[in-house]
Design a binder for this molecule. Structure first.
Ligand code: ZN
Length: 108
């Protein structure tokens, strides 16, 4: 095969730096029990920080911190209602990965 063509093919099969960074950060986000609990809760229904803290018995500051992390990675989004922010999954991609992984953990 032509050398130039070979190199071109190699290039297209490589993940770019930004993609690698985001994917590894996303798996890092899923690698924490507290963040998994928050994402799992939000996958069923949107919640405010207070509601998440109450349902999962977490400090509000902990929830806020984790939501910022998840928001930066586009795993969650929020809508504002008055002074309250309601969080929900940003889209289904990572939620599907989480759901699949939960199913995998629970089947025997
Ligand atoms: Zn499985």
């Amino acid at each position: 095969m032509d050398e130039a063509l070979n190199n071109e093919k190699d290039q297209t099969e490589q993940l770019d730096e930004e993609t690698l960074f985001i994917v590894s950060q996303t798996f890092k986000a899923l690698g924490d029990p507290t963040r998994i609990r928050i994402l799992h809760l939000l996958s069923h229904q949107e919640h405010s920080v207070n509601e998440i803290a109450e349902k999962l018995s977490l400090m509000q500051s902990t929830v806020s911190h984790q939501l910022r992390f998840l928001k930066n990675l586009r795993l969650v989004k929020y809508r504002r209602e008055g002074t309250t922010l309601y969080y929900s999954p940003d889209d289904d991609h990572v939620m599907n990965v989480l759901q699949q992984t939960i199913h995998h953990a629970q089947h025997h």
